[in-house]
Structures are given as structure tokens and as C-alpha cells.
Design a binder for this molecule. Structure first.
Ligand SMILES: Cc1cc2nc3c(=O)[nH]c(=O)nc-3n(C[C@H](O)[C@H](O)[C@H](O)COP(=O)(O)OP(=O)(O)OC[C@H]3O[C@@H](n4cnc5c(N)ncnc54)[C@H](O)[C@@H]3O)c2cc1C
Length: 426
């Protein structure tokens, strides 16, 4: 399967509310902030900046939501960074700030959907499922610890005896419901947020890959056909940034993650599989994640590779995984298969920093990104607006680099995929 600069052939691209067709950048533009990358990180930064009154130009190499943001599992899960990773480096004040961010990130998404009336099928309710006794112990610890820190969402432990009320699978021995997490159509969310930013004055250009950034007091951001003169720049290309900014080479490892979507299932079968229509995820390192779409397809994801290549037959690997969870889907046709790239940060802490004083970046969400990208977009925008406290926490963290930023063929890095395991007990 070869990538083009149009959307990949995903279920999301096939069901988008309204395709975008923003112009290519031609000639010169002037603005306060130039944002490079039209995924959740870039779009949420642009939207927040526009809300704060900044004049923004957003440059996307392909289409809004073309990258991971328009291709993901649509699982809205809170958490920005594992508290214990921060705790080792910083004191209790910082931990308190990060704990708040862990909850705030998904609230930003919910608020945007409500404020801007974005039609993206948001459905709250999430079921973590376990295959091992240690998973169940973890669920119970998590409930206690979150209660101790006034976690605002309802959480409920589900023993094996009642698990059938939530999932029609014999694969799991217990679960954890979180009513604050959920699922949504990520491409429609991303486009809806871009349109909201546009409504506040942001100028958006698609099919406009940035080829060079000239740093300095007044940075110049160049594409093949034009140049943007900005006071500040935000780099939000995540796993797709490539060589755009040589100073970021090797900071994250791109890895592929893949999904399939079945044909629409009968209402009875869909109800048997996921009676409460919750998004689900298991606790293994090579995790399975799945949910129903509004038209009752099973959207199932879980494969991960570090080769940088999209396998020719994604379904050949993912379908057997899906059937291990739901043998009832034996005769269900697979209508869509697709993949996208996530950016793994070796310490699994999202990376934020600045280059030459006025170019900011945020990336490396390590597989978990729908909610964290929104948090990062806000933190970078607030930094530009003079509120530096949260940005500076993350800017201080030194991240391990890999030479040249090449694709890395070490399966141990699958550890970075564990977005479900927010063992921080916040
Ligand atoms: C298959 C899959 C399933 C996933 N499932 C989930 C999930 O269920 N829940 C969850 O929380 N997370 C999930 N994730 C992770 C999540 O999607 C990502 O972490 C998140 O979308 C990253 O957003 P982003 O904006 O940083 O990057 P992206 O969405 O990848 O956007 C980067 C954009 O920058 C553009 N760009 C790059 N370089 C340039 C340049 N030089 N000039 C102009 N534009 C440029 C690209 O074209 C791209 O559109 C999944 C990811 C994948 C791939």
C-alpha cells in the first residue's frame, strides 16, 4: 500500500462529514504564529491561539487530519504522562500540575466538541479489559488511587461474572469501566476543530509541505510555492515531520499501527459484542483496541511495526486477532484496512521544547494521542501567550535521541505502545 498526499482509504475517510479543500500556499503570508502540521497537535494549538486572539497560519503537507489524527482508533482516553515518570524527576508541586493535565486533556476535546458543535459521534464510556489476575489487581488499585486524588469521573470494577453485560467475549476475566473516557470519529473531530480555528481567522493551507525553516528573530517558513513570515513557529508534524527540522532528528521513533473495519453488523450481533457500545482495550503490550462505529462496524486495531512500511495485507494479521476476541465475527467481511504512524518517545513522556527561542515543538505521544495532543496544543499556545509554567516542566526533560532518527527495528520498543497503562495511579 502506497501513501499519497490524499487521505488513506480508511473507514474515517469514507465517512467524513465534509472533505477539506484548503488552498496550497502560494506567495507570501505574514502572521503571528505559523503552525506546521494539521493533525490534532497543530490544529489544537492553532485553535487555542486563535481563541487567544493570535493571527495564525496553519500549513499541512497533505490534508487536515491526514496523519495519525485522522486514522486512529478514536479512543478518547485521558492521561498525559505517567505520574511516576514525573515524580522521579520533580517534586509534589509539579506532580499536582501534571495530575491536572492528565484529566484536563480529554476535557479539552469534549469542550471543543460542545463549544463548536462538532459532529464526531462522541460516545462516553470506556471498558478496559484484563486477561490476567494482575490486570484486575491493577484496575482495583487504580480506582482507589484515583479516588484518593479526587478523580472526577465515575469508575467501576467489573468482575468476570458481570463482564458479559459489557462485552460478548470469553477472552477476558474482568474489566474496568471509566465513564469519562469514550470514543469518537477522529477525522471529523480534527476537521471540525480546523474549521473552528478557521472561523476565528486562522488561514489554513493544505498540500503545502514545509521544506525549510529559516530561524531567527523573524522566522521564515518555506514551502515549494510560498513563504510564511511569522513571529513564532509551532512544529506539530509528530511521526511525519521527517527532515523538516534537522534539530529534531532522532528525537522520536516512528512506528506503524494498523486497523480494520468490518462490514456493518446486524443490530443484534453488535449488541451481543458490545452491549453498552463502549470502546475497549486490553492490557497487553501488543494491545488490542476495538469499538463499534455508529453504523455498527467493528473497528479493530492492534498491530504495530517499526519497519516504516505498511503491510500489503493488514487484515491477514488483524482479522485472526479480532476473531480471538470475537469468534462471532467469523463470517463478517472486512471492508477497510489501513495504518498510520505514531511517534514513540523512548521514555514515553511527550516531548515539548523550543528551538532558537521562538520555534516550539510538541510530539512523541507514544501511541496515546487523541487527548494528549490537545493538551500539548494548549500548553504550547499558552507558552506563546506568556504562560510558561506547564511548558517549562516538559522542556526541562532530557530525552534520549537515536542517531539519524531512522526506523528502529527493536520490538522491545513496543513498550512505547502501552498507552492504556497509565499506571501512575493518579
Ligand atoms: C492506527 C492508529 C491508531 C491509534 N489509536 C489511538 C487511539 O485509539 N487513541 C489514542 O489516544 N491515540 C491513538 N493513536 C495515536 C494518535 O492518533 C496520535 O498520537 C495523534 O493523532 C498524533 O497527532 P499529531 O497531530 O501529533 O500527529 P499527526 O496526526 O500524525 O499529524 C501530523 C501532521 O503533520 C503533517 N506534516 C508533517 N511534516 C510536515 C511538513 N513538513 N509540512 C507540513 N505538514 C507536515 C502531516 O502531514 C500530518 O498531517 C493511534 C495512532 C494510529 C496510527
Amino acid at each position: 500500500m502506497k501513501e499519497t498526499s490524499e487521505h488513506t482509504q480508511s473507514y474515517y475517510a469514507a465517512t467524513v462529514n465534509q472533505e477539506t479543500d484548503y488552498p496550497r500556499l502560494q506567495g507570501e503570508q505574514h502572521c503571528d504564529v505559523a503552525v506546521v502540521g494539521g493533525g490534532f497537535t497543530g490544529v489544537s494549538a492553532a485553535l487555542r491561539l486563535a481563541e487567544l486572539g493570535y493571527d495564525v497560519v496553519l500549513l499541512e503537507a497533505c490534508r487536515i487530519g491526514w496523519g495519525a489524527s485522522g486514522r486512529n482508533g478514536g479512543q478518547l482516553i485521558d492521561g498525559f504522562v505517567e505520574i511516576e515518570r514525573i515524580e522521579r524527576r520533580f517534586g509534589t508541586d509539579t506532580v499536582a500540575i501534571v495530575r491536572k493535565m492528565n484529566v484536563e486533556c480529554s476535557q479539552i476535546v469534549v469542550d471543543n466538541i460542545q463549544r463548536y458543535g462538532i459532529d464526531c459521534d462522541l460516545k462516553l464510556g470506556y471498558l478496559d479489559v484484563g486477561t490476567k489476575p494482575r490486570d484486575l489487581a491493577y484496575f482495583q488499585e487504580l480506582i482507589v488511587a484515583r479516588k484518593a486524588h479526587n478523580y472526577p469521573h465515575e469508575m467501576e470494577f467489573v468482575p468476570q461474572e458481570t463482564l458479559k453485560n459489557y462485552i460478548g467475549s470469553d477472552r477476558y476475566i474482568g474489566g474496568l469501566i471509566n465513564r469519562g473516557n469514550g470514543h469518537l470519529h477522529p477525522l471529523n473531530l480534527c476537521i471540525g476543530e480546523a474549521r473552528a480555528a478557521e472561523g476565528l481567522g486562522t488561514r489554513i493551507f493544505e498540500q503545502s509541505p514545509v521544506v525549510r525553516i529559516h530561524h531567527g528573530e523573524r522566522p521564515r517558513v518555506e514551502t515549494a510555492g510560498g513563504v510564511v513570515h511569522a513571529k513564532k513557529v509551532v512544529l506539530a508534524g509528530n511521526a511525519y515531520l521527517g527532515k523538516t527540522e534537522p534539530k529534531l532528528a532522532g528525537t522520536v521513533i516512528p512506528a506503524g499501527s494498523f486497523m480494520i473495519a468490518t462490514e456493518p453488523l446486524s443490530a443484534d450481533l453488535a449488541h451481543e459484542l458490545l452491549p453498552e457500545d463502549m470502546a475497549c482495550c486490553d492490557q497487553r503490550i501488543g494491545l488490542d483496541y476495538f469499538r463499534l462505529s455508529p453504523d455498527k462496524r467493528m473497528l479493530f486495531g492492534g498491530l504495530c511495526n517499526y519497519s516504516g512500511k505498511i503491510p500489503n495485507d493488514i487484515a491477514a494479521t488483524l482479522r485472526p486477532k479480532m476473531l480471538r476476541v470475537f469468534p462471532q465475527l467469523e463470517s463478517a467481511r472486512i471492508d477497510f484496512e489501513w495504518g498510520g504512524n505514531i511517534a514513540i518517545s523512548i521514555y514515553r513522556i511527550p516531548q515539548m521544547g523550543r528551538i532558537e527561542g521562538n520555534t516550539y515543538y510538541a510530539h512523541g505521544y507514544s501511541g496515546h494521542g487523541v487527548a494528549p495532543t490537545h493538551m500539548a496544543g494548549h500548553v504550547v499556545a499558552d507558552m506563546i501567550d506568556g504562560k510558561s509554567d506547564r511548558f517549562e516542566i516538559f522542556e526541562q526533560i532530557k530525552h534520549l535521541r537515536l542517531p539519524g532518527g531512522k526506523w528502529f527495528a527493536n520490538p522491545a520498543l513496543a513498550l512505547g505502545m502501552g498507552y492504556h497503562r497509565f499506571k501512575d495511579l493518579f
